[in-house]
Write a protein that binds this ligand. Structure first.
Ligand code: ARG
Length: 589
């Protein structure tokens, strides 16, 4: 109804979502007998939007669609969004948005920045990155890191309370052999931190001994038992190894500006002991060849809760971890970001948690956000030439170097100070790596290609970051100061008379609808598509509408302030998209 005016007085409206509400009400007042009608609002060539509800409604009500369309149209309550409705074809309703409303929205955007679509704040855990100690942090973890960080940023922007957790693999049986090897190679490890420069090499060495030497293997097993009983010297060895690993991970997080709290599997040791006892007492565990397993409802793959040697598994820690997050962290929503290969694991432990009674999917929303494999340009699993796993830090370094070459090639004419250049290089390098991941449908495999991601044409961060600097430079060249922009906006300078101005305004105002959609399915690529669309529509606007008019000798003769304001609004929208994607922007490049 008309209360919408108050609702969107100062913040951005999710226009499509609001139109859906308006039309749902109209349908229900025209046809109270229609049960939960599906109302879809679409973009239209003939108007701003179109509502096609009449077609399916007419079918289920056995009425003429045009007549139904007419009835729905008549029942649309007065509201500030719509200026005109028209019935067309067999019963489509064309929707023309109110210019005043859109002008007001753009003005608000300039004055108060991009505001989030309304959401009830909840407590969310985002479990992402989560590499395994001592094993390599590989490109799969890079995907989890990038996608998880972006989801966390989105949820933070929406006003949720987000706990970013790194579920490190820091408690597996691999620690037995690592500690045994540590005892042999650095016997003084308890007093002098072991100078292990290459933990992966150290891991490989101990694995080799483990596989070849029975005596060593036995010691490794004993070491696990002692570690899990918190024997001080074993615990110390474990801590030293974790510390070295963590320092390596931190380097990657710092480069990519990732905030995350370490809370690995080891954190849950005592809770696992307690939970296993509870499950056992409740009669939920079955014996299977010396192991204790549990079946959830509707899954035929059981969880291994206790191994035959009495140790716990990845399954056990995820059960205890989920319980902790629900009962102690009071999470309303938990998002896990891992490769698609773990789907079965998640299905199984969630089903078991339900059966055990501590997880209820109506009360707690759980999303397993999965992603595909990273492929090399040869479409095979991403590896170095020699077939090794690519180290993330090497990958980031290569990105920096490639970005530097690319910028040098491009910027023969622009003069950047060394500082500006470095900023641009970093922004482009890390931005491209993140964007290349986020702009693809995450559920699919994707091909990692520096050449493609650093292309200054097409849907790449290189292009989009550059596009943003161009918009900023239009405002700079015009010499318009932020205070002036604000004052002009307050005066109501946004005009939207030219068709391309109108198109640009409508396009940038789609952001809230895009964000609402992402909140539902946690697919981020539509945000990248939106960003690309904004920059394309901006170019169309810029090619058709003078912002600054110059005479033949290049002196500014006229500044079209209303258009400068549109530039400012567009820049703010793009900045917000980049910020949700975790990409740093620059003023010049
Ligand atoms: N450490 C795991 C891996 O490397 C990912 C952990 C994901 N989080 C979780 N709660 N299971 O694949």
């Amino acid at each position: 109804g008309s209360s919408n005016t108050d609702d969107f007085g100062s913040h951005m409206c999710n226009i499509m979502g609001q139109l859906e509400k308006i039309f749902t009400k109209a349908v229900l007042s025209a046809y109270p007998e229609a049960v939960s009608p599906m109302i879809q609002i679409q973009l239209s060539k003939h108007a701003d939007y179109q509502c096609n509800a009449a077609m399916s409604l007419a079918k289920s009500l056995k009425k003429n669609p045009r007549e139904v369309g007419q009835q729905v149209l008549k029942n649309v309550a007065p509201n500030p969004l719509i200026s005109n409705l028209e019935l067309s074809g067999p019963g489509f309703i064309n929707i023309v948005l109110s210019k005043d409303f859109i002008r007001q929205q753009v003005t608000n955007l300039i004055l108060t920045g991009v505001t989030p679509p309304p959401a009830t704040p909840v407590q969310v855990v985002v479990d992402f990155s989560s590499p395994n100690i001592a094993k390599e942090m590989h490109v799969g973890h890079l995907r989890s890191t990038i996608i998880g960080d972006s989801i966390a940023r989105l949820l933070e922007f929406l006003g949720h309370k987000v706990l970013r957790l790194n579920h490190l693999g820091d408690w597996g049986t691999q620690f037995g052999m690592l500690i045994a090897h540590l005892q042999d190679t650095f016997p003084n490890f308890a007093t002098e931190p072991p100078p292990i420069a290459d933990l992966q090499k150290f891991y490989k060495e101990s694995k080799k001994r483990f596989d070849e030497d029975e005596e060593f293997k036995k010691r490794a097993y004993e070491a696990v038992v002692k570690l899990q009983a918190y024997e001080p010297l074993h615990k110390k060895g474990w801590e030293e190894i974790c510390e070295i690993s963590r320092k390596e991970f931190m380097k990657v997080y710092e480069r990519l500006q990732i905030r995350i709290i370490d809370r690995g599997e080891s954190f849950y040791q005592e809770r696992m002991v307690k939970l296993v006892k509870e499950l056992n007492d409740a009669g939920l565990l079955e014996e299977d060849d010396g192991r204790k397993v549990m079946f959830g409802e509707g899954t035929d793959v059981p969880l291994t809760v206790v191994k035959s040697d009495g140790g716990f598994t990845y399954d056990t820690s995820d059960m205890a971890c989920l319980k902790h997050r629900i009962d102690e962290e009071k999470a309303d929503w938990i998002v896990y970001v891992t490769d698609a290969g773990q789907s079965q694991h998640f299905k199984s432990f969630l089903a078991c948690a339900k059966k055990a009674g501590f997880y209820n999917d109506v009360k707690t929303r759980v999303d397993h956000v999965t992603f595909g494999v990273v492929l090399g340009e040869d479409k095979k699993k991403f590896k170095t030439r020699s077939g090794d796993t690519v180290r993330l830090i090497d990958l980031l370094n290569e990105g920096l170097q490639r970005s530097e070459e690319k910028l040098k090639e491009k910027d023969r004419h622009t003069v950047l100070s060394p500082e500006e250049f470095e900023k641009a290089r970093d922004a482009v390098a890390y931005g491209c790596i993140k964007y290349a991941d986020l702009c693809h449908d995450r559920s699919r495999d994707y091909i990692f290609s520096f050449d493609r991601m650093l292309d200054f044409r097409g849907n790449t961060a290189a292009y989009l970051l550059y596009a943003l600097t161009r918009i900023r430079s239009i405002i700079r060249t015009a010499g318009v100061k932020p205070e002036e922009i604000e004052a002009e906006a307050k005066k109501g300078a946004i005009a939207l008379e030219h068709e391309k101005e109108w198109k640009l305004a409508r396009t940038i105002l789609k952001l809230p609808d895009v964000l609402v959609q992402i909140t539902q399915d946690l697919y981020l690529h539509p945000l990248c598509e939106f960003l690309y669309e904004v920059s394309t529509v901006f170019t169309e606007f810029y090619d058709n509408c003078y912002c600054v008019e110059k005479d033949q000798s290049g002196n500014i003769v006229k500044i079209n302030m209303n258009r400068i304001l549109l530039c400012e609004a567009t820049a703010q929208i793009m900045e917000k998209c980049f910020s949700i994607l975790g990409i740093t922007t620059v003023g010049k490049m």
